[in-house]
Design a protein around this ligand. Structure first.
Ligand code: HSE
Length: 436
């Protein structure tokens, strides 16, 4: 059978990885797919560089629309990124009846509903393994491997840049700004790292996992997003003294009231495997009712790790593209007419536990007032740490770990604590996840 023809839109880091892995492993991949997979055409604004990468035998164009319009192309790989031109090209490819493979988490998290609906109408596949946690096959695991389960929750370290920064802060005692500079110097963080450090990239990925896990539409606009820019090195140190590490988590959880979907730094017990995921690595824990806890670990970015995920999607499509669309795995794991309207909860309704650091006057009765406010709201204390005030110091740090409480209640109590005259600086609040 003639090889399936692939059009590649964008041949940067990931695109060149796709090209070289496909070339290097072509025989092995063909034996698995049952048919050759060939890059038939490439689009890149820097056509000269692209031609140098792929060699003279492959047609390179500057205008990606030429690839999408080419009737010989069966599958379009979108590696341009962003929501602008990438969205138009993906929609156009679907309209042309082409299958799409994309690593574009931002596009799917924000415009997924429109894109998947169009793909369903046209009977084409939109595959996105590379969009979440790079080389880790977490989409496949959630959509297929765990399909027997009622998924209860997912917690993932799904942004390598921020995990690298947090590791640097912990290992070297650096503040956030210095650790970010290190990440940029070593090429982990982009020149504009906003999406990574503000948690947006992780929230795009968490949104996609949430949809697949619970059969809800992609709803990035409902996600709670908090990054790591305000984390102080002393909180990492205090957390460690209490037996915890601080990680940026993407969390989605099924509760009786609805779905939690949130990205924020959180303390996690140091003894959990995921607490020990360091540097730019990614990891995702999934709790299913039948399987229990499973953990997926690997590289969440980079040329060949991400290419590994893109090519897995190419192989899936190659095997299934002649199958009746109704017999394929649904885009979001659940049949499109079986999606749930369970609400995504506002953050005030999320129930979790907390780390609080209060800068207080070192005098009698301060602790009693603080704990009194917690007790009045029924918030139970899990652990406490008070640093001895240094010589001549009038203020000291008081660290409290709470048991589970509704975030709305916690916010009210923090406001009341902040109003105490003996609390002399803004209170630091970091959520805590036991992941038990
Ligand atoms: N910038 C992301 C990260 C990789 O640092 O993990 C692409 O999503």
């Amino acid at each position: 059978m003639k090889p399936i023809q692939v059009g590649l839109l964008g041949i940067g880091t990931v695109g060149s990885g796709v090209f070289s892995v496909l070339k290097r492993n072509q025989e092995e991949i063909k034996r698995r797919a049952g048919r050759g997979i060939e890059i038939g055409m490439v689009a890149d604004l820097d056509a000269e560089r692209a031609q140098a990468i792929v060699g003279p035998g492959i047609r390179v164009v500057r205008d990606a629309r030429d690839v999408v319009a080419n009737p010989d192309i069966d599958i379009v790989i979108e590696l341009i990124g962003g929501y602008g031109i990438a969205r138009q090209l993906v929609m156009e490819a679907i309209e042309q009846g082409k299958h799409v493979v994309t690593a574009n988490k931002a596009l799917l998290a924000v415009h997924g509903t429109e894109i998947f609906a169009a793909a369903h109408r046209k009977g084409v596949m939109v595959a996105f393994e590379a969009a979440v946690a790079g080389g880790i096959p977490i989409i496949k695991a959630l959509r297929e491997g765990l399909t027997a389960n009622r998924i209860e929750w997912i917690a993932g370290i799904i942004n390598g840049t921020t995990n690298f920064i947090l590791s640097e802060m912990r290992d070297k005692g650096l503040d956030f700004a210095s650790a970010l500079k290190d990440a940029q110097r070593l090429g982990y963080a982009e020149a504009d790292p906003t999406f990574d450090i503000e948690g947006v990239d992780a929230a795009h990925k968490a949104t996609l996992m949430s949809a697949i896990a619970f059969g809800i539409p992609v709803q990035f606009d409902k996600a709670y997003v908090e990054g790591i820019t305000k984390l102080a090195p002393q909180d990492i140190k205090y957390a460690e003294q209490l037996g915890y590490r601080i990680k940026l988590f993407g969390i989605t959880k099924r509760t009786a009231k609805g779905i939690e979907l949130r990205v924020h730094p959180a303390l996690v017990p140091s003894k959990r495997l995921i607490a020990n995921v360091e540097g730019a690595m990614n990891a995702v824990v999934v709790q299913g009712d039948a399987v229990g806890t499973t953990l997926y670990y690997g590289k969440g970015a980079g040329s060949e790790p991400t290419a590994s995920a893109v090519i897995a999607d190419l192989v899936d499509i190659t095997r299934l593209h002649t199958a009746d669309a109704a017999h394929r795995v649904p885009h979001l794991a659940f049949q499109p007419d079986q999606m749930s309207s369970e609400p995504v909860l506002p953050m005030s309704e999320v129930v979790t536990s907390y780390y609080l650091r209060l800068r207080v006057a070192d005098q009698a009765g301060v602790l009693a007032k603080v704990t009194g406010l917690l007790a009045e709201s029924g918030i139970s204390i899990d652990a406490m740490l008070q640093r001895e005030a240094g010589e001549g110091e009038k203020h000291t740090d008081l660290i409290l770990l709470t048991h589970d409480v509704r975030e709305g209640t916690m916010n009210e109590v923090i406001a009341a604590m902040q109003a105490l005259p003996t609390v002399v600086a803004p209170i630091t609040r970091i959520r805590k996840e036991e992941l038990a």
